[in-house]
Design a protein around this ligand. Structure first.
Ligand SMILES: [Mg+2]
Length: 164
């Protein structure tokens, strides 16, 4: 598997097959915020998202937000979902992922990164040997450099389509 290749690819977080993750030995999720859980331009934690957080907990998963963002928003969302938080993460560098795994009491074999970007979430997770789960970005609103990287991402993903 290449460093830019996600192990799994879904349309959004709600579509992730949690039983499959369990079967892979995963019990800790390191989850991106912007355009993974919420569109970059909104602040509203939907009932569906709260429901998903509850489902995770019921299924025995622990979760931590790992975000390159550091605004109040990340703290509010982590709080609303009952997730741990590592802000200002500097993904794809490994420090924040390691910190999140420490917070959750998990290691690379039992952790998965969930995110919408190959160059931050997936690259960072693959470098540490975590299971990597790509989701499609929730909005096309992104930082200018991210929009540029999206063009390259499309090339790297080629014709790969979400599993669900
Ligand atoms: Mg993102």
């Amino acid at each position: 598997m290449g460093l830019f290749t996600p192990d799994l690819y879904y349309s959004d977080v709600l579509a992730i097959d949690l039983a499959d993750l369990r079967a892979r030995g995963v019990r800790a999720l390191l989850v991106d915020l912007d355009n993974t859980l919420l569109p970059r331009d909104t602040n509203v934690v939907t009932p569906e998202l709260r429901g998903w957080a509850g489902t995770l907990e019921d299924a025995g998963f622990v979760a931590c937000l790992v975000s390159n963002n550091w605004h109040d928003r990340v703290f509010e969302v982590a709080d609303a979902l009952g997730f741990g938080l590592v802000p200002k993460a500097l993904k794809p560098l490994p420090f924040a992922f390691r910190k999140a795994m420490r917070l959750l009491g998990a290691g690379p074999a039992t952790s998965a990164v969930v995110g919408d970007q190959l160059f931050t979430d997936i690259l960072g997770g693959n470098m540490l040997g975590l299971t990597t789960v790509l989701v499609e970005p929730l909005s096309t609103s992104d930082l200018p450099h991210t929009l540029l990287l999206r063009l390259i991402e499309r090339r790297l993903l080629a014709d790969r389509q979400p599993l669900a």
